[in-house]
Design a protein around this ligand. Structure first.
Ligand SMILES: Cc1cc2nc3c(=O)[nH]c(=O)nc-3n(C[C@H](O)[C@H](O)[C@H](O)COP(=O)(O)O)c2cc1C
Length: 199
């Protein structure tokens, strides 16, 4: 990669699909941030106060938490979703946030996304990730297809003393995942810039 690309500061909006205190997915999110290239800056989109999507509410004007989440996505060079799997699918809080965001034309289109997740189960959110990626593709977002960041049996990968995700092979994958996400974002940013310059 060229030098100028390596030093580009990237703003990443991050979203944790679990609202619970002590969430394993939040621990995975923290590990991904820890392992990310230094020039990636992170800004969390909090889902706790985002109401269920309702067209009446929307017609009256987006509530403050929705305005905030839309602005955070708009300002971001990329969006990272780290989410559990609920009943083989995407948690309602994540789907709800995407439904709100999808109502602003062009907000998600051509925006680079990456999806990661952890479960106490065996498949590490595989089913939910397939669905979430499909949903984002439906909205014309650019979703990193690979590498996959699936963490199964996550409760065994947490250190008892610190509560942090410390499993060496997971951390190694986390580092690669974040570097691949960086490259994915730069691919679109610079390809678009080069194309604009031609015209
Ligand atoms: C409503 C519900 C549904 C779940 N469904 C699945 C599932 O389909 N697959 C799976 O591997 N784990 C499933 N789990 C277990 C989660 O992997 C586990 O609770 C995990 O800790 C949730 O993530 P968190 O720690 O970030 O909150 C489910 C948990 C809940 C509460």
């Amino acid at each position: 990669m060229e030098e100028q690309y390596m030093t580009t500061e990237l703003r990443i909006a991050v979203l944790c699909g679990s609202l619970r205190t002590g969430s394993y997915n939040r621990k995975l999110l923290e590990a991904l941030i820890e392992k990310a290239p230094a020039h990636m800056q992170f800004d969390e989109i909090r889902l706790h106060d985002v109401p269920f999507f309702n067209e009446d509410m929307e017609a009256a004007g987006d509530p403050a938490p929705v305005q905030r989440l839309k602005e955070q996505i708009k300002q971001a060079d990329g969006v990272l979703i780290v989410s559990p799997e609920y009943n083989g699918s995407v948690p309602a809080a994540v789907k709800n946030a995407i439904d709100w965001a999808s109502r602003s034309r062009g907000l998600l289109a051509k925006k680079p996304f990456a999806v990661a997740g952890a479960t106490t189960g065996t498949l590490g959110t595989a089913q939910a990730q397939v669905q979430l990626k499909g949903l984002l593709v439906h909205l014309d977002a650019y979703v990193l297809p690979n590498p996959k960041m699936l963490v199964n049996g996550v409760e065994q990968k947490i250190a008892a003393d610190t509560g942090a995700l410390t499993d060496p092979s997971t951390l190694k994958r986390a580092e690669r995942f974040m570097h691949e996400f960086e490259e994915w974002i730069l691919l679109f940013t610079h390809a678009a810039e080069a194309n604009r310059e031609q015209w």
